[in-house]
Design a protein around this ligand. Structure first.
Ligand code: DQA
Length: 156
């Protein structure tokens, strides 16, 4: 093995979920599908494993807690995948936290927020995100991790 092929530390990706996502599977299944948050975590863990990433998967209903977790990413996580749920459309403070964390961030929504009520069409978080994936259901999380792995390879 040459020095340049020695594997480095496994990059850590924070996967953070906002309010009401603990109700996945029960909550409006016609909009969000039948998968539970445990299913989403299992999908993320499998995907990360395949990509050579580690994940720290969390959910909170609290805006302050979500902001504190985003702050923790600074200097600790190589990337952030976030479904900010309802705070997407309301939280300047969450957008500020993502900007302050200076970590490549992908925003994920299970539903296509642009096909829904007009108040869901605007996202504060998108201003701080490298990219946004919406409308693909739980696949969006796997797609976000795959994209982050490639972006990190490219030096994002
Ligand atoms: C959501 C979309 C948001 O508008 C909503 O408030 C959610 C979930 C999604 O994953 O589709 O709670 O982020």
């Amino acid at each position: 093995m040459t020095a340049s092929s020695v594997p480095g530390p496994v990059p850590l990706i924070a996967v953070l979920n906002g309010p009401n996502l603990n109700m996945l599977g029960l909550r409006q299944p016609e909009v969000y599908g039948r998968a539970t948050l445990d299913d989403v975590e299992a999908l993320c863990a499998e995907t990360a494993d395949r990509l050579g990433l580690a994940i720290d998967f969390r959910q909170t209903n609290g805006e302050g807690e979500l902001i504190s977790w985003v702050q923790e990413c600074r200097g600790r996580a190589a990337g952030l995948v976030i479904n900010p749920a309802g705070y997407t459309h309301t939280s300047v403070a969450l957008m500020d936290a993502i900007l302050a964390a200076e970590v490549p961030t992908i925003e994920v929504h299970l539903s296509n927020i642009h096909r829904r009520e007009s108040f869901r069409h605007h996202s504060y978080v998108s201003r701080a995100a490298l990219g946004v994936i919406c409308g693909l259901g739980v696949r969006g999380y796997a797609a976000a991790l795959t994209a982050l792995a490639e972006l990190l390879e490219e030096g994002a």
